[in-house]
Design a protein around this ligand. Structure first.
Ligand code: Z5A
Length: 214
């Protein structure tokens, strides 16, 4: 029987997502991984959430720059809308073509930020994420664990704070606690990497997990 390539279960590529609080070092790590995997002959696609598509980038601007208060339910819906389009236009096709997809944030961000920090409920948000992501579960998630105060100060040095970054430290602490809870529940997929280490060490640790996928 011929397999339907549009089904996530028939995908040929690998889906790796990156999670962490502000300034944890995801962008820095992804750049190193792309270089390494490309040099080893893999076809790699990097993308990010919210964003990754034309619709997603519009949504990103609203989510990060909107000046009026946004309902937590509206906020979650916007992140999920961006994700649905991202899967349709970018993630699904790349996986079906056999690429290694490196995605900066995915479902676990919604569970930690909207589920825990915005108090919508981690289980509830997880159910919505499962519905919207249609079976596109990451093969591996690398979570960069860092004290939020250290991450926020790294991010502040790098650029101007956006709407979510400017939340209280308490808000960011809840996000870290949520990620650690996800790690405890799903240690096979969701790997914790110590983000206090120097970038080369973070990269080395990340690659030990990635190599198990090939
Ligand atoms: N969000 C959400 O609420 N719900 C959702 O479902 C999704 C997202 C998908 C997206 O912001 C926001 O949306 C985010 C979550 C929320 N919250 N906020 N704000 P974004 O994409 O603009 O930002 P980010 O994902 O938080 O990334 P970031 O702040 O740019 O951090 P990063 O990519 O993890 O870090 P970096 O740019 O690699 O490094 C930051 C600085 O630290 C930089 O100067 C580096 O040189 C330095 N760095 C990096 N690694 C190290 C190490 N190892 N040691 C020392 N210094 C380092």
């Amino acid at each position: 029987m011929t397999q339907d390539p549009s089904k996530p279960s028939n995908r040929r590529g690998l889906f790796i997502t990156f999670e962490g609080g502000e300034g944890a070092g995801k962008t820095t790590l992804i750049e190193q991984i792309v270089k390494s995997l490309t040099e080893s002959g893999h076809r790699v696609l990097t993308t990010r959430e919210p964003g990754g598509t034309s619709l997603g980038e519009h949504i990103r601007t609203i989510l990060l720059q909107h000046k009026e208060p946004i309902s937590p339910y509206a906020e979650l819906s916007l992140f999920l809308a961006s994700r649905a389009q991202h899967i349709l236009e970018v993630i699904g096709p790349a996986l079906n073509e056999g690429k290694v997809v490196l995605c900066d944030r995915f479902n676990d961000s919604s569970i930690a930020y909207q589920g825990a920090a915005r108090s919508l409920g981690m289980d509830k948000v997880s159910q919505f994420c499962d519905f919207v992501s249609q079976g596109y579960t990451p093969n591996l998630t690398l979570y960069l664990d860092l004290d939020p105060e250290v991450g926020l100060s790294r991010a502040a040095k790098a650029r101007v704070q956006d709407r979510i970054e400017s939340e209280t430290v308490q808000f960011h602490r809840k996000i870290r606690e949520a990620y650690i809870e996800i790690h405890k529940k799903d240690q096979k997929r969701f790997k914790l990497v110590d983000a206090t280490l120097a970038p080369e060490q973070v990269f080395k640790e990340a690659m030990t997990h990635i190599k198990t996928l090939f």
